[in-house]
Design a protein. Structure first.
Lengths: 306, 371
C-alpha cells in the first residue's frame, strides 16, 4: 500500500484525467443538445496538431492553444452543419470526422514538417505549482508541477455544471436535447442551440488534444491521441452525460492508468497492469452505475416543416 | 425493375457518388500543394490493381476487413454498435494460433477447422459474454463495454508474447509465438504463384461465403427477421414477444464470431504466427467498411476491397508521387462524410431553387424523406 502514498500516483491521476475530461465534457455539451458526438478523437487530433503548428509559427503556446480551439470549433461546425442542417447520421458522421482528423493531421505533418516530426524548439504551455496548494498535505500531491491546463480543466468542470444546470441557456440546451418539438413550440431555436452545443464540445475536445501536444509535450505525433477520444466517449456515458460525472469517470481512468504506471517494475507484467483502467471501467459500469440513459432526443435530427 | 435491383442500385449509387465527391476534393487538395492529381491517383490505382500481385495484395488485405465488417453490420442491424471488434479479432487470432501449433498429430483439414472454430468461439465469447450480458441485463452501454473489452483483449494477446517467458512466446529475441503447424496454413486463393507471393489465401473464399451466409441469415431466417426487428424498434419487438435480452447477447456474440474468424483466417492464411502487429486496427477500418456498405453483406465485400485498395494503393502512391499515404485516410474521412450526408443533394437543390427568382420551393421538397 506504499504505492498509495506515492505523490506521483496522484499527480499522474490528475494529469492523465485532463485529456479525457475535456473531450468528455465537450461530448456532454453536444449530446445534451441532442447531437450524438463520437468525433472527439478526430477533433482532438486536429486540436493537437494546430496547437503545435501555431505554437511553432507564432512562438507563443497560448496562440497555439487558441488556434487549436479555432480549428476544433471549425471542424465541429462542419460536423454540426451536416448533423443538424442536413440530418446526416451522426454516428457515421463521427467516424468520418475521426478518420478525417487522423488523416489530415498526418498528411499536414508530413507535407509541412517533413518526416522528422515537429521542430523541437516549439514552445509549450507553462507548468504551474501553486505554493499555497503544494504544501497542503494530501492535496499538494495532486498539484505538484501541473500544466496550466489542469487548473483550466477544474474551472471548466465547475463552469460547465453551472452553465448546463443553473443558467437559462443551459436549460434551453438540455430542453432541445430532450424534446425538440416542445422546445420549438415554445419559441426556442432548436438548430441554433444544437450548433452551440456541438461547437462548444468541439472547442473543449480540441483543448484536450492541445494538452497532449503542447501541455505535457511540445510536439505532435501521428495518431498521438491513441484512442483517448473513444475513452472520453466512454467517460461521458459513464458520467451519465453530466460534467461532474464525466470528470469523475476521467479521474477514475486517470487513477487506474496512473496506478498501472506506479506499479511498474514489480512482479506483475506491464500488459496486465495496462488492462486495469479498462477492467475497472466495466466493473464500475456494471456494478455501480448501471443503466445510463442518454438524453431522449440524442441522435435524432430535428426537421421542422417550415 | 423489381425492388431488389432498385435497392441494389441505390445502395451502390450513393456510396459511389460519395467516393466521387471525396476523390474530387482530394484532387483539389493535392493540386493545391503542387502535385498532379492524375499522377497521384494513377499511382494509387495502379498500386492497388495495377497487376496481379498488387490485386492479390489488395484482396488479401480486404479479407479480414470483409469478415469483421460483416460482423459489425449484423450488430448495426440490431441497433448495436460493436466498436470493439479489434480486440475480438486479436483474441480470435490468439486462440487460432494456439490451436495451430498444438494438436500437431491432427491431419490438415480438421486441424484448420478446429483452429478457425476456436478463433470464432473466442471472438464470440469476447463480444457476447461481457458486453452482451451487461447490456442485456444491466443496461451497460455496448459502446463502452465492447471498446473496453477490446483494449483488454489486445493487452492480453500482447502479454502472451511480449515478455520473456510469456505463455505463448517462442524463445528468442523477438516477441513472436511459435509458427502454426505447416499443414494448418491455408492454401492459396487460386493456384497461381503470384497469389502466393501476395499472400492471398482461401481466406477470401471464406469471406465471400460468409457474406452469403450473413445475407441468408439476415434476410431469409426468422432469426434475422427478429434481429432486424430489435434494431428497428426495441419496444415493439418486446411486445411482439421477441426476447430482446437474448437477441442482444446473441447478436453481439455473432458479431464477435466474425471478428474472431477474421483473426483466425489472417493468422492461418497470412501471418502464420502471432507477432507484434497490433497497430493494424482492422477493427476500426471495418466499422467504416460496414458503414459504406450500409450494413449490406454484399456491399461489405465491395467496400472491404475498396478500403484495402486505398491502403495498398496509398503506399505505392507515396513511393511514386511523393504524396503522403495518409492522404488515403483523408479520403476515407471525406467518403464517409458524404455517405452520411446523403441528403446533401436534395438540400442543395432546394437552396438553388429558392435562390432562383420566380419559383417558390415547395416545403416538402426540402430534404425529402428521412432515411
Amino acid at each position: 500500500m506504499t504505492v498509495l502514498a506515492n505523490p506521483q500516483l496522484w499527480a499522474g491521476t490528475l494529469s492523465l484525467a485532463v485529456p479525457l475530461a475535456f473531450p468528455a465534457i465537450g461530448g456532454t455539451f453536444s449530446e445534451r443538445t441532442g447531437v450524438v458526438n463520437i468525433a472527439m478523437e478526430g477533433i482532438m487530433l486536429v486540436g493537437a496538431f494546430f496547437a503545435v503548428a501555431c505554437s511553432h509559427w507564432t512562438g507563443s503556446a497560448w496562440l497555439g492553444l487558441l488556434a487549436a480551439m479555432a480549428a476544433g470549433g471549425l471542424v465541429s461546425w462542419v460536423f454540426a452543419w451536416a448533423a443538424i442542417r442536413i440530418a446526416a447520421d451522426q454516428v457515421v458522421l463521427g467516424m468520418a470526422i475521426n478518420f478525417f482528423g487522423a488523416g489530415i493531421t498526418a498528411f499536414l505533418l508530413n507535407t509541412i514538417f517533413g518526416y522528422n516530426g515537429t521542430p523541437t524548439t516549439t514552445p509549450s504551455l507553462p507548468m504551474v505549482t501553486i505554493p499555497a496548494l503544494a504544501h497542503v498535505p494530501v492535496l499538494g500531491w495532486f498539484f505538484h508541477q501541473q500544466s496550466i491546463l489542469v487548473y483550466l480543466m477544474l474551472a471548466v468542470v465547475i463552469a460547465s455544471h453551472w452553465f448546463l444546470f443553473h443558467t437559462r441557456l443551459g436549460l434551453r440546451m438540455r430542453a432541445v436535447g430532450e424534446n425538440p418539438l416542445a422546445a420549438d413550440t415554445l419559441g426556442l431555436n432548436v438548430w441554433r442551440l444544437r450548433y452551440t452545443g456541438v461547437i462548444i464540445g468541439g472547442i473543449l475536445s480540441a483543448v484536450g488534444g492541445a494538452y497532449l501536444s503542447i501541455g505535457i509535450l511540445n510536439s505532435f505525433d501521428v495518431n498521438m491521441t491513441n484512442g483517448r477520444g473513444y475513452i472520453a466517449l466512454a467517460a461521458m456515458i459513464f458520467g451519465k452525460w453530466t460534467p461532474f460525472g464525466s470528470f469523475g469517470a476521467a479521474l477514475l481512468f486517470g487513477f487506474a492508468s496512473s496506478l498501472g504506471n506506479a506499479l511498474q517494475g514489480n512482479q506483475v507484467p506491464t500488459d496486465l497492469l495496462a488492462m486495469l483502467p479498462y477492467a475497472l471501467t466495466i466493473l464500475a459500469l456494471a456494478g455501480l452505475v448501471g443503466r445510463s440513459t442518454a438524453p431522449a432526443a440524442d441522435g435524432i435530427p430535428y426537421l421542422p416543416n417550415r | 425493375m423489381n425492388k431488389f435491383w432498385r435497392n441494389a442500385l441505390r445502395s451502390i449509387g450513393m456510396p459511389l457518388l460519395a467516393s466521387l465527391f471525396a476523390i474530387v476534393i482530394g484532387g483539389i487538395v493535392v493540386a493545391a500543394i503542387g502535385y498532379n492529381p492524375l499522377v497521384v491517383y494513377g499511382s494509387l490505382i495502379s498500386g492497388a490493381f495495377g497487376n496481379l500481385y498488387n490485386l492479390g495484395t489488395t484482396l488479401s488485405g480486404a479479407t479480414p476487413l470483409i469478415l469483421i465488417g460483416l460482423g459489425i453490420a449484423i450488430a448495426f442491424r440490431a441497433g448495436l454498435f460493436n466498436i470493439g471488434a479489434d480486440g475480438q479479432y486479436w483474441v480470435g487470432a490468439m486462440v487460432s494460433v494456439w490451436i495451430g501449433y498444438h494438436f500437431t498429430h491432427l491431419p490438415g483439414l480438421p486441424h484448420i477447422l478446429l483452429a478457425l472454430l476456436g478463433g470464432m468461439l473466442a471472438g464470440g465469447i469476447w463480444g457476447g459474454i461481457v458486453p452482451g450480458l451487461t447490456k442485456a441485463y444491466l443496461g451497460a452501454h455496448e459502446v463502452i463495454t465492447t471498446m473496453m473489452m477490446s483494449y483488454i483483449g489486445i493487452f492480453l494477446v500482447e502479454y502472451m508474447i511480449e515478455e520473456q517467458n510469456a505463455p505463448m512466446r517462442q524463445p528468442g529475441s523477438f516477441p513472436v509465438s511459435p509458427p502454426i503447424a505447416g499443414n494448418t496454413q491455408l492454401a492459396t486463393f487460386l493456384p497461381l504463384n503470384v497469389f502466393q507471393q501476395a499472400q492471398l489465401s482461401v481466406g477470401l473464399w471464406i469471406a465471400l461465403a460468409a457474406a452469403v451466409v450473413v445475407w441468408i441469415l439476415l434476410q431469409k431466417t426468422t432469426f434475422g427477421f427478429q434481429v432486424r426487428a430489435v434494431g428497428f424498434n426495441q419496444r415493439a419487438s418486446r411486445y411482439a414477444g421477441i426476447r430482446v435480452p437474448l437477441y442482444t447477447v446473441l447478436t453481439l456474440g455473432i458479431s464477435g464470431v466474425f471478428a474472431g474468424l477474421a483473426g483466425g483466417v489472417q493468422m492461418l492464411g497470412v501471418q502464420h504466427q502471432l507477432n507484434d502487429s497490433f497497430a493494424s486496427q482492422y477493427g476500426y477500418t471495418a466499422i467504416v467498411v460496414s458503414l459504406l456498405a450500409r450494413n449490406n453483406p454484399f456491399g461489405c465485400i465491395l467496400s472491404g476491397i475498396f478500403f484495402a485498395a486505398l491502403n495498398t494503393g496509398g503506399q505505392n502512391m507515396q513511393q511514386v508521387s511523393g504524396v503522403p499515404a495518409s492522404l488515403t485516410d483523408v479520403l476515407t474521412g471525406l467518403i464517409i462524410f458524404f455517405v452520411a450526408a446523403e441528403r446533401l443533394i436534395p438540400v442543395l437543390r432546394a437552396w438553388a431553387r429558392r435562390r432562383s427568382p420566380g419559383r417558390r420551393s415547395h416545403p416538402a421538397d426540402e430534404g425529402g424523406t428521412l432515411a
